[in-house]
Design a protein around this ligand. Structure first.
Ligand code: SF4
Ligand code: SF4
Length: 282
């Protein structure tokens, strides 16, 4: 945590994280959902990003030498428990992945298989506090060695959680901090590339509203070239745009520019890096 805060303060790229979302489907539909998941649908099976994901792990490690954190979220990834178990096996066998973060409600499937594979050293389970029920309380106790509650105080005005929607308001921190300080700044440099299975795209940060760096047709080398280049300027440009617009948080810029809605299906985010030339020139 202390290291993460320091990294956010100096705002240097960390090059140690990758995010993977095989699908956005989720049965719950929380009104603050910052990624705009697909509520009430059965899980879909767009696994075509998996090979690219592991190529990115290797290329990122080759270039920067940092052990990699792999973050799996959605949607509710545990709607396909067997797929998550399959990924856990690959993570366990991979020499450069130090930690596997599984974001789940703990309501859809038992993490026992994943826990047995990765154990306390390599697994962290991040649980959404808003979907905890009695059954989840039991699982929280059972897996307490690896469970953390999602307690990020930052409100992301993206997806269904966008400002203006009923019940979602920025916190005090985000109303008083100047844009550019941690908590009210584009955090792409301390985040990581998102491999978005549903849309076949790769994004600048963990959120699908962020600029598209490339697609599953691109090589890991090309994607990382574009990613490293983009991190030099784009976070500054987004912060600048957020100041000009009086945004609560810079992610609001990405949310409005991308028009991203997972519920509109494949290809709805055409917010690619080339668009930034015009946006920044305004
Ligand atoms: S916040 Fe999580 S549990 Fe809630 S709708 Fe979004 S993905 Fe589903
Ligand atoms: S401002 Fe955009 S690129 Fe930066 S962290 Fe938010 S969504 Fe990601």
């Amino acid at each position: 945590m202390a290291q993460s805060l320091w990294q956010r303060l100096i705002d240097k790229p960390t090059y140690d994280k990758l995010f993977y979302v095989p699908f956005w489907d989720c049965p719950y539909g929380c009104d603050f959902c910052c990624v705009d998941s697909l509520p009430g649908k059965p899980p879909s099976f767009p696994d075509s990003g998996e090979a690219l994901l592991f190529n990115l792990v290797d290329e990122l490690y080759k270039r920067h030498g940092n052990p990699i954190e792999l973050h799996l979220y959605g949607g509710e990834p545990m709607m396909r428990r067997s797929y998550v178990e399959h990924l856990a096996q690959k993570v366990d066998a991979h020499p450069h992945i130090a930690q596997f973060f599984l974001y789940t409600t703990l309501r859809s499937g038992s993490p026992e298989g994943v826990f047995q594979t990765l154990g306390t050293e390599k697994l962290t389970i991040i649980v959404n506090p808003d979907t905890v029920n009695e059954k989840v309380e039991e699982r929280l106790e059972q897996y307490k060695e690896v469970v953390k509650m999602y307690d990020n105080p930052v409100f992301f005005p993206t997806g269904r959680g966008a400002v203006g929607e009923e019940g979602n308001q920025p916190n005090l921190l985000q109303r008083i901090l100047p844009i550019g300080l941690p908590g009210r700044s584009c955090f792409a440099r301390s985040s990581g590339l998102l491999v978005n299975g549903q849309q076949g795209t790769v994004h600048l940060c963990c959120l699908p509203q962020s600029p598209i760096v490339g697609t599953f047709h691109d090589s890991a080398e090309k994607l990382l070239d574009r990613y490293e280049e983009a991190l030099v300027d784009i976070p500054k440009q987004i912060n600048k745009k957020a100041r000009e617009r009086g945004c609560v948080h810079p992610c609001q810029v990405c949310n409005s520019e991308s028009g991203y809605k997972s519920t509109e299906g494949v290809g709805c985010n055409n917010f690619d890096l080339s668009a930034w030339g015009e946006i920044v020139a305004i």
